[in-house]
Design a protein around this ligand. Structure first.
Ligand code: NAD
Length: 698
């Protein structure tokens, strides 16, 4: 069991007992907290001088619900469970008043729903957010909330997981009193009033859910929610649970809730969502960098290169309120870069998601420059110039001369060796990769590339910076393509080979989109530009003439079909539109390539497409793990979930492989190996070992 954390303090204020949950940061209801609360209740009941009980939270929350440190540990389900605790408070013969403030979420709302009375401070953020983790409130929330606030309000909250301010819920009847001023004093006064007036101790469980036409309303909601939730079962099951609050007696409703909760908890979608939730937190921890590593201060940022990436990178920092100097070599390039940033902001203003005033505020933080002198104060410099070692060398030698001591020098390179770049300076410990994804102001993923000399405090600082600019930062070791692109290469190769063997690009895209990818591999290639991969392949062909060529992709590039930007690639595009239209010219290229290679096209199933494309990711992922390029399987999953459009409800390629079962994955790879003769399909040693031991990646 995890070490017990947190407690609930007990004190009396005259004839009122006060139980205060105390488990920073958000008063998660850990096992220790639940024990202490039950203990507090017993003391209050045993003390004849106590006439009423007030329940509240210390510091910055009433309670955020379950303690996430205990998730997936036995402590989470150890008695007293939250359900037991709620039952105990419900059974109290003395009035119990829950005093909500700041945050009351999940179990932090379900517990108050079991109390006789609820009071709240204005502005309290109230929610049952379980659906966001693919679950439903499992401690009576689906039965008690509709009884408190009515069917519609409760259903909306539970199905969406949205946060609602306490004022709004007071109007719906959730609170007996709103308290401005000190919440504890107010709650104690309210408790005394309840005692003085001998108010009856009413429980929500004894109420009926009110709605003029519940059946019709539920049917209507079922249609809307079903259409919206597509790959997620939780929203509809939330609805089913809430429906039970209308149609069934309370205890039976609780049973339905529990059954549905367990089904969701054991299902793959909730597992994937929880994996992503915890994966994000895990990625922030670097095994050999202690959490208390001192950080460097990052108050001023500089970006070198105002092209596609440089502009987007700068916007991240402007959005976070940090001043950014942006450097180019030529005034025209600088102007072009600034105009693009401004245009980006203007389109956000047009959409109503930013005020013109805020936009100007952000632009005012941007200092365009042609001189390295203006980079002298920067705490963090991010280079985003052309992808050529010679240019990177120039820039880093110059930076080494001008940057202040201790400044972090980052490169956004996608393919170059970060250690070589670091070696251009006399301070390789300050050099790190910050690999953003395009468009850099939008995409969540940030690969933090750790060079062999990168200092621990630099890493810790950059991970914090990632959080500040709202990215999911994942550490990668130095290797060709880092985590994401190194795996993607094999995925793309499989997609190409499947077409050579008999599938069409449309079939491959459709199959992968049906699997859940945001976009199929050929549509992605057309969007990103086919010329980038072509340039890399040409280099590989030159380095090693035995490299297996991607004939079709090469031919399309020779024809100038670079994708959307040239109006044609794997598909053709009408001017100004992004719809991928199948093109007979591509079919001809494919037919000719098959002939050239002596391939008789065969029927390829969608299942084979998915298996080969996804297992290609998995096999390379396993090698990346084994080499220590990624610290944990969930880091790889986070890269794919946040940077490559992998479906969140599948949890990433590594979790998907775990769910399929590693033995089945290994056997499929051996089948592909036998069929294609390709060495790539030799299952990675780590995969073989885990499969043999009956283990998983995660
Ligand atoms: P880009 O051609 O759009 O922009 C590069 C900019 O750098 C140009 O504006 C150029 O004028 C400027 N520049 C060149 N040499 C310079 C110098 N010595 N000093 C100052 N400015 C200079 O290229 P991009 O797509 O923004 O790529 C930049 C870097 O980001 C590359 O290393 C690339 O590999 C990497 N990257 C690109 C993507 C992407 O999808 N485009 C994604 C991740 C990383």
């Amino acid at each position: 069991m995890e070490k017990a954390t947190g407690t609930a303090r007990y004190e009396t204020r005259g004839d009122v007992a006060l139980i205060t949950i105390d488990n920073p940061p958000v008063n998660g209801m850990s096992h220790a907290v639940r024990m202490a609360m039950l203990d507090g209740l017993d003391r209050a009941l045993a003390d004849a001088g106590v006439k009423a009980i007030v329940l509240t939270g210390a510091g910055k929350a009433f309670s955020g619900g379950a303690d996430i440190k205990e998730f997936n540990t036995p402590a989470m389900l150890a008695e007293p469970t939250l359900r037991t605790l709620i039952a105990a408070f419900e059974a109290s013969p003395k009035p119990v008043v829950a005093a909500l403030h700041t945050v009351a979420m999940g179990g932090g709302l379900e517990l108050p729903l079991g109390c006789h009375f609820r009071v709240a401070a204005p502005g309290t953020q109230v929610a049952l957010p379980e659906v966001k983790l693919g679950l439903l409130p499992g401690a009576g929330g689906t039965q008690r909330l509709p009884r408190a606030v009515g069917l519609e309000v409760a259903l909306n909250m539970i199905v969406s997981g949205a946060t609602v301010p306490s004022e709004q819920l007071a109007a719906a009847g959730l609170f007996d009193e709103m308290i401005t001023g000190d919440i504890v004093e107010g709650a104690v006064a309210f408790a005394r009033k309840v005692v003085a007036e001998k108010r009856p101790l009413e429980l929500l469980r004894n109420r009926k859910v009110k709605h003029p036409n519940a059946e019709a309303f539920l049917q209507f909601s079922r249609n809307t929610v079903g259409a919206m939730a597509k790959n997620y079962p939780a929203p509809l099951m939330c609805l089913d649970a809430v429906a039970a609050s209308v149609s069934k007696p309370f205890e039976e409703g609780l049973r339905v809730e529990r059954e549905l909760f367990t089904q969701l908890l054991l299902g793959p979608e909730s597992r994937a969502l929880r994996h992503a939730f915890f994966g994000e937190r895990a990625a922030a921890r670097i095994p050999d960098v202690p959490p208390d590593t001192p950080r460097r201060k990052v108050e001023r940022v500089a970006v070198i290169g105002a092209g596609t990436m440089g502009g987007g990178i700068a916007m991240n920092f402007l959005n976070a309120g940090l001043p950014v100097a942006i450097l180019e070599m030529k005034p025209e390039a600088l102007e072009r870069g600034l105009a693009t940033i401004r245009r980006n902001y203007e389109s956000t203003v047009k959409k109503g998601r930013l005020t013109a005033e805020k936009m100007e505020g952000r632009m005012a933080l941007l200092k365009p420059t042609l001189s390295y002198e203006d980079l002298k104060d920067a705490d963090l410099v991010i280079e985003a110039v052309f992808e050529e070692m010679g240019v990177k060398e120039q820039v880093f030698r110059k930076l080494d001369e001008v940057a202040k001591p201790g400044a972090i020098l980052a490169t956004n390179t996608s393919t170059l060796d970060v250690d070589r770049i670091a070696a251009f300076t006399r301070r390789p410990q300050d050099v790190v990769g910050m690999h953003f994804f395009s468009p850099a102001n939008v995409m969540k993923l940030l690969e933090v590339v750790r060079g062999k000399a990168t200092a621990k405090d630099v890493l810790a600082t950059v991970m914090d910076v990632g959080k500040k600019i709202r990215k999911t930062a994942v550490v990668s070791g130095v290797c060709d393509g880092f985590i994401g692109n190194r795996m993607l290469k094999h995925y793309g190769r499989q997609a190409n080979e499947l077409v050579e063997e008999g599938a069409s690009p449309q079939q491959v895209d459709r199959a992968m989109e049906k699997f859940g990818m945001a976009m199929g591999p050929f549509r992605v290639a057309d969007l990103a530009g086919n010329d980038i991969g072509w340039a890399i392949r040409k280099r590989l062909y030159a380095e090693d003439p035995k490299t297996r060529k991607l004939v079709i992709a090469d031919r399309l590039c020779e024809m100038g079909r670079f994708g959307q930007k040239t109006g044609a690639g794997w598909y053709r595009y009408e001017p100004g539109r992004r719809d991928a239209i199948p093109d007979p010219a591509v079919d001809e290229v494919i037919a000719a390539a098959r002939k050239e290679r002596g391939v008789t096209p065969r029927k390829v199933t969608d299942e084979e497409i998915v298996e080969r494309c996804v297992y290609a990711l998995v096999n390379e992922g396993a090698r990346i793990l084994e080499e220590g390029i990624a610290a944990r399987a969930s880091d790889i999953d986070m890269v794919y979930l946040t940077g490559y459009g992998f479906p969140v409800w599948r949890g990433g390629p590594m979790l998907y492989a775990d769910a399929v079962g590693l033995i089945a994955v290994e056997r499929a790879m051996k089948r592909f190996r036998a069929a294609t003769g390709e060495a790539f399909w030799e299952p990675a040693p780590l995969l073989v070992r885990l499969a043999a031991e009956g283990k998983t990646f995660n």
